[in-house]
Design a protein around this ligand. Structure first.
Ligand SMILES: [Zn+2]
Ligand SMILES: [Zn+2]
Ligand SMILES: [Zn+2]
Length: 437
């Protein structure tokens, strides 16, 4: 059995019944213990984070040095700039040439980096990793028309923006690669779950899904770290969640089928034990009729989809906020405040209020969200810790220090398990708190 290079041992690859490849532990692991850490095979910083984070190591810093040629990429120092050059050179002159017309998607940018990396690594043996890019699942044959059209557009963009500096493989291989990235790519997020970039971790991609995950993935720079959120005994499969676990069983499985082409059969999907709480209906003296509830469910799902589409196209904050408020009023006639569709729209509204620097309204939404979040998500959830952090920072901004500190402490209880006690996020938080205590 192959061991994962750079790991602390205690893990092996195996054939998981009904799931294909999987990963399991060969020794006990306690809650909060690091199973392994994995450097990114390839990663790319989001365009919107340029200037805030180092393009190479993803360090957040005030004073980053700018690439003198394109003036668009930022680095800690010359060492990071040098380290990134073999990838950045794919974009540096093209960005200058295309100017405002330079607009490849993040996935295209990542694929370009993967291709550049493959080229430099050709001679090296694939056995260094337990899973190579070539081995990753692609599901090319399962891809629906919408996805296929998107992939074709991505490939066209790759030819347009990268062919000058990159020898591109043939169409079929590119389709496979885009499909692989779609189901194996990881979103790198910060402590508030803001999107920082996209990366490939072949070792972490081995881990199968469960709605009752045994581990959580967090990021340290560009590395992924996998920590136990349940006590594990030898032989236990390592399981992460691929999706947001807030939603009821049907929604979760629709999402899994759409993106990953399988249906989950974990304990929670069988028992659906949290579905009733997640779809809680308002208490009234006359119980609300079933078809009124079903209609509202349809309305809620439609609104969630429409809001996502609108958010993607334009950024008219007031219009989006109005949509949140209107749907909350509509749904509020039938759904309890703790219903996940209410929570979804409140979460969106909170984000918009933060953008609009309306801290009081953001706090009002956050306070409503927190309690049901803590009950509906599993015990150690980044969705819950990030909500405590956001709320804590809002309180601090309004000089409500004791409320802020108490929210930070709640966030830290989760983050100490998920991120590890020594993570930069935690040392920074402790420093902030010491200042006010
Ligand atoms: Zn750096
Ligand atoms: Zn440059
Ligand atoms: Zn499940």
């Amino acid at each position: 059995m192959m061991q994962i290079k750079g790991s602390i041992g205690g893990l092996e690859r195996f054939d998981s019944p009904g799931k294909g490849r999987g990963l399991r532990v060969t020794r006990p692991f306690k809650v909060g213990e690091l199973l392994f850490s994995s450097p990114a095979y390839a990663c790319v910083l989001s365009v919107k984070e340029r200037g805030c984070y180092c393009e190479f190591c993803f360090t957040r810093k005030e004073s980053l040095a700018r690439c003198g040629k394109c003036k668009k990429a930022f680095y800690c120092n010359a060492k990071c700039q040098k380290g990134d050059w073999s990838f950045h050179k794919l974009e540096c002159s093209a960005m200058t040439a295309f100017r405002e017309n330079w607009c490849p998607s993040e996935i295209s940018r990542l694929v370009a980096r993967i291709l550049a990396k493959k080229k430099t690594q050709k001679e090296r043996s694939g056995s260094e990793k337990i899973l190579t890019i070539g081995e990753m699942q692609s599901h090319v044959e399962d891809v629906d028309n919408e996805r296929r059209e998107m992939n074709e557009a991505e490939i066209a963009a790759l030819h347009r923006f990268y062919s000058k500096h990159l020898e591109l493989p043939d169409h079929k291989d590119l389709l496979t690669l885009f499909s692989q990235v779609a189901c194996n790519g990881f979103t790198i997020e910060d402590d508030e779950l803001s999107h920082l970039g996209t990366a490939i971790y072949p070792d972490v991609a081995l881990i199968n899904h469960s709605c009752l995950p045994s581990v959580i993935v967090t990021y340290n720079g560009t590395s992924a770290e996998v920590r136990a959120v349940q006590d594990m005994k030898p032989g236990d499969e390592v399981l992460i969640s691929y999706i947001d676990l807030l939603y009821p069983t049907d929604d979760r499985n629709n999402r899994l089928r759409e993106t990953y082409y399988f249906t989950c059969d974990c304990k929670e999907c069988k028992s659906k034990s949290k579905d009733n709480a997640k779809l809680k209906v308002r208490k009234q003296s006359d119980p609300i009729e079933q078809d009124v509830i079903s209609n509202m469910m349809r309305y809620a799902r439609k609104t969630v989809r429409e809001f996502r589409a609108l958010k993607g196209i334009k950024n008219i904050l007031h219009e989006l906020l109005e949509m949140c408020e209107q749907s909350l009023e509509e749904m509020g006639a039938v759904f309890d405040d703790s219903n996940v569709y209410m929570l979804h729209m409140m979460y969106q509204a909170m984000g918009i209020c933060i953008h609009m620097q309306d801290a009081d309204s953001a706090i009002r939404y956050g306070e409503k969200i927190l309690k049901p979040y803590s009950q509906l998500y599993p015990p150690y959830s980044l969705n819950v810790s990030s909500m405590y952090l956001k709320l804590g920072r809002l309180y601090m901004g309004l000089e409500r220090y004791s409320m802020g500190i108490s929210a930070f402490k709640k966030a830290m209880t989760i983050m100490e398990v998920a991120h590890g006690k020594d993570h930069l996020y935690l040392t920074e938080l402790r420093k902030d708190m010491d200042f006010f205590m």
